[in-house]
Design a binder for this molecule. Sequence first.
Ligand code: SAM
Length: 446
Amino acid sequence: MRQLTISLGPERAGEVVSFITGTPPSTAVRVNPFKTEDFPAQFASGTETYSRWGRLLPERPEFSLDPLFHAGAYYVQDASSMYLESILPEMRRMRSASPEGAFAVLDLCAAPGGKSTHLLSMLREIPGSFLVSNEVIRQRASVLCGNISRWGAVNVAVTNNDPADFQQLGKYFDVIVVDAPCSGEGMFRKDPEAVAQWSEDNVRLCAARQRRILADIMPCLRPGGLLVYSTCTFNPAEDEDNTRWLAASYGLEVADMRHFYPGDPMAGEGFYMSVLRFPGDGGKSSEIRKREKLKTGQYMPFKEKVPWVDDGTALYRRGDRLKAFPADAAAQMQALETVRGLRVLMSGTAVAEVIGGRGAGSGVKPVLLPQYSLIQSAVYRRGSLPEVEVSLETALAYLRRDSIRLSGVPSGYVTLTYGGIPFGLVKNLGVRCNSLLPPSMRLRTV
Ligand code: SAM
């Protein structure tokens, strides 16, 4: 109570405290439009959120025991954070006013991937768009990679960089989202540690760090671009004061600024979000020229027909990897990998390993071996590999990397589905199956 009284004043703090002490933490999910347009049956009793893909649930299911969760059919996310979707109409407007070149979005503080997966769902509606999903802490960046590849979009690169590392790109991004590390007052109900660690000193430290992060990334926003600044805390020093400081320091217009407290309709644990517009539009064409000057990487267009990917997918070979990129943003995404100091952990989708067939006129056809990320991807052509719907028990055994046996199924590569959604890839040897699930994605809890 003392912490929230300092941050919010006695009246608002009283309301928030009585709500968070008297009710269990909220739970919400956001379904993945790359995989399903429907809400899985178990979310039927959920209620509306700020996202058309979101549902606030009456109680928390055991997500780790649901194969659909591992298939990336939905993401578990705080309901208040889904307010991010309010920027979609503005992104659409920006895109139609400026349709040339690729539309580049940066999620600067991205792990574990809530905002990034949400942005990817939104960017399906923005032609020529791609997302750079960045996380400065290496271990958290690995978790981010897992969640991003589960989501299935091809127009995304994951980087592991400090905000200042992006400055060499110049005014590169159309939209930048800074979901900053904060004092976490919105975590008080879920995490007693957050209460114990709270102090006025820490609030001051967080506010100063947030300003450093914002100052480091501002040189990368193009004129006419959008900056979203958010936290999961309530105090004005980290929220409104920082938004006003940012607007005043860089000449940005505040287009939206909102607090969500526990107990608000459709809200979860609490969130703060502001949207700022960088005035001007004239810089766009010179910015595009600058972007195009970035050298492209060592990707070779791959012309052979690959039966497992949808028609129209842009495929490129790099070494022994075959990767899918969005045709209208491939060059920009590949160029990022050549920028010195940018650590690109993942870009596009690895669909296959390629063996042999290098060099024009060699006459040798390359051999392709499908990769696990293929069946997670939106470009996977359903039915191009034999598919088998498995029971809950078999699905969990697969996810634990226990050995499984399939009967009445052809030998060779087979996709496993649960609830009709692909979640597994095996090589069926008849007597047993070799799993292509990466060990890092193994289910460890049961
Ligand atoms: N956006 C994420 C989501 O929706 O799932 C949550 C991000 S969390 C609130 C803030 C992230 O900022 C953390 O992953 C943290 O590792 C990262 N971070 C910490 N210090 C940072 C810094 N100095 N610069 C950039 N990011 C930082």
